[in-house]
Write a protein of this length. Structure first.
Length: 89
C-alpha cells in the first residue's frame, strides 16, 4: 500500500488485503481536522445510499478522534525526515 506520507510506510497490512500499489491515507486522532473529514466522508456515503454500517463506524471514529486529549494542526516531519519532501528540512 502506498501512503501519502513516506514516514507512514512502516504501517503495513499484515493480512495482505491491500494491494501494494493502492494509495491509502491515514488520519490521526490528534489532527484537529480529522473528525470533520470523517464526518464529511460519512455524509457522502450516506447520501449515496452506502452501507449504513460504514456510516455508523465512521461517525463513531470521528467522536473518538474529537475526544483524543492531544489536538494539533497537521504537519510534515521535516525535522525527523529532512529532504523527504523535496526540501532541505
Amino acid at each position: 500500500m502506498k501512503h501519502a506520507r513516506e514516514d507512514y510506510n512502516r504501517i503495513q497490512d499484515p493480512a495482505g488485503l491491500i494491494p501494494s500499489e493502492e494509495p491509502v491515507f491515514l488520519l490521526r486522532g490528534q489532527d484537529v481536522y480529522a473528525a470533520g473529514a470523517l464526518r464529511w466522508y460519512a455524509d457522502r456515503v450516506e447520501g449515496a445510499g452506502g452501507d449504513p454500517a460504514i456510516v455508523k463506524a465512521t461517525r463513531e471514529q470521528a467522536l473518538r478522534m474529537e475526544a483524543w486529549p492531544t489536538r494539533k494542526e497537521p504537519d510534515m516531519p521535516r525535522k525527523v525526515y529532512p529532504g523527504m519532501y523535496g526540501d532541505e528540512g
